[in-house]
Design a protein around this ligand. Structure first.
Ligand code: GTP
Ligand code: MG
Length: 195
């Protein structure tokens, strides 16, 4: 699947701008700066397909990428702190929540959690929304190249414990680094297995 073409389709700023719900969709959600756009670039092997930067709030639209003819990969704006004007942030937060709970072809939400920080209150809020909407989500730990010593194992254990209380959570936790490439092939395989 990932050997084939992947192209930017469109950036969406309102629910009525979404492309037709005619294929499987996998989206990447998570706090601002967690590494959503970088992960899409790592998965597709394209350095600048999705725009990434160190400024929280970089992605401000719902960006659709076509992967082959059967999939959309979707890069979402982050939630939590963002360096953008408040009314703008509020607008994209509302859109994000509407999309996450109201997209019929959304097959799975990849919920990105920074491996250094673990699950935060805003992540819990999104999990509650997904549970209510019965949308399956899977936790992907990002920046796994960062934690030192036993910190990574401790985070994995803590996340696993908290996921046990989430009915819509997919039990497998993936560890990735867009920087080192760790876990990227495994995540590709998880997505390719959805059909
Ligand atoms: P928003 O669009 O603002 O919500 O951010 P995002 O979640 O798309 O994050 P983005 O991909 O833009 O990455 C944020 C910063 O984290 C950038 O400076 C990236 O280079 C860095 N980053 C992303 N992934 C990794 C990783 O696996 N390891 C390390 N060390 N840094 C990473
Ligand atoms: Mg982004």
């Amino acid at each position: 699947l990932f050997a084939g073409p992947c192209d930017f389709l469109k950036g969406v700023v309102a629910m009525d701008g979404l492309p037709p719900a005619d294929r499987l969709e996998v989206c990447f959600a998570g706090r601002s700066n967690v590494g959503k756009s970088s992960l899409i670039n790592a998965l597709t092997g394209r350095k600048a397909l999705a725009r990434a930067s160190n400024t929280p709030g970089r992605t401000q639209e719902i960006n659709f990428f076509t992967l082959g003819e059967q999939f959309y990969l979707v890069d979402l704006p982050g939630y939590g702190f963002a360096e953008a004007p408040k009314p703008v942030v509020e607008k994209w937060q509302a859109l994000l929540r509407a999309y996450l709970s109201g997209r019929p072809t959304l097959r799975r939400v990849m919920l990105l959690i920074d491996a250094r920080h673990g699950i935060k209150a805003v992540d819990e809020e999104i999990m509650t929304l997904l549970n209510r909407a019965a949308v399956t989500f899977q936790v992907v730990l990002t920046k796994a190249d960062k934690p030192r010593g036993g910190a990574l194992n401790a985070t994995v254990a803590e996340v696993a414990e908290r996921l046990g209380k989430q009915p819509a959570a997919f039990p497998e936790i993936l560890l990735t680094s867009s920087e080192s490439g760790a876990g990227i092939e495994q995540l590709r395989a998880v997505i390719a297995a959805m059909h």
